[in-house]
Design a protein around this ligand. Structure first.
Ligand code: HEC
Length: 176
């Protein structure tokens, strides 16, 4: 769970999320004891431990107000955090190339393919998974991108995300 990104949730948005979860009918779904099997035990237990989401959160600074919902880079930065784009596209958004334990999202700064895109191209890609080249992005189940879940993004949210990406320095692809 990318709790390090969700740590940025504004109080009102988190309250709305909790309100929604409480409105969903309870389901008795026993998943049994949690098990991470070899080699996951080694990878998670030894290599990744210090980078575990919970260990990189500044616990003193969580909570507070989200920026105003507007087509601004500031609101886009907030959306990127709470939608956890960085868990698949890397913290600097220049691509998770060669990573074994997370999906390999490409460079989405203007140093990558998106450089030649219009806002409309970006919106269509996020909402329908179809890039300007006509390529259909893989879904999360295929190791790709959760675009079917992004279909409901509002115009303001998409515009804010695009404004934020355009406010970033174009970066070359991260090296593995
Ligand atoms: C669960 C992992 C995951 C998350 C979360 C995620 N992405 Fe992706 N994204 C990917 C992967 C993997 C691809 C490449 C899929 C493919 O090529 O089929 C991709 C592709 C893209 C592309 C197309 C880039 C190109 O060069 O064609 C864009 C744009 C994009 N993502 C933006 C975003 C934004 C913005 C967010 C957050 C709102 C986000 N992604 C969240 C995994 C993710």
């Amino acid at each position: 769970m990318p709790a390090d990104h969700y740590a940025h949730y504004g109080d009102d948005d988190l309250a709305a999320l909790i309100g929604y979860l409480k409105s969903v009918p309870p389901v008795d779904n026993d998943l049994g004891p949690r098990q991470i099997q070899f080699p996951g035990t080694v990878i998670f237990g030894v290599l990744a431990y210090t980078n575990w989401p919970v260990n990189v959160i500044d616990h003193a600074s969580v909570g507070g107000n989200a920026p105003e919902a507007a087509p601004s880079a500031e609101y886009g930065a907030y959306m990127v955090s709470i939608m956890s784009c960085q868990s698949c596209h890397a913290e600097n958004l220049a691509g998770n190339y060669g990573q074994l334990d997370t999906p390999q999202g490409p460079n989405i700064t203007l140093g990558g393919e998106v450089a030649g895109w219009s806002e409309e191209d970006f919106a269509r890609t996020l909402r329908t998974g179809t890039t300007p080249d006509g390529e259909l992005l893989k879904t999360t189940a295929e190791g790709g991108m959760p675009w079917p879940q992004y279909a409901g993004l509002s115009d303001t949210e998409v515009q804010a995300l695009w404004a934020y990406i355009n406010s970033l320095e174009p970066l070359p692809n991260n090296t593995p």
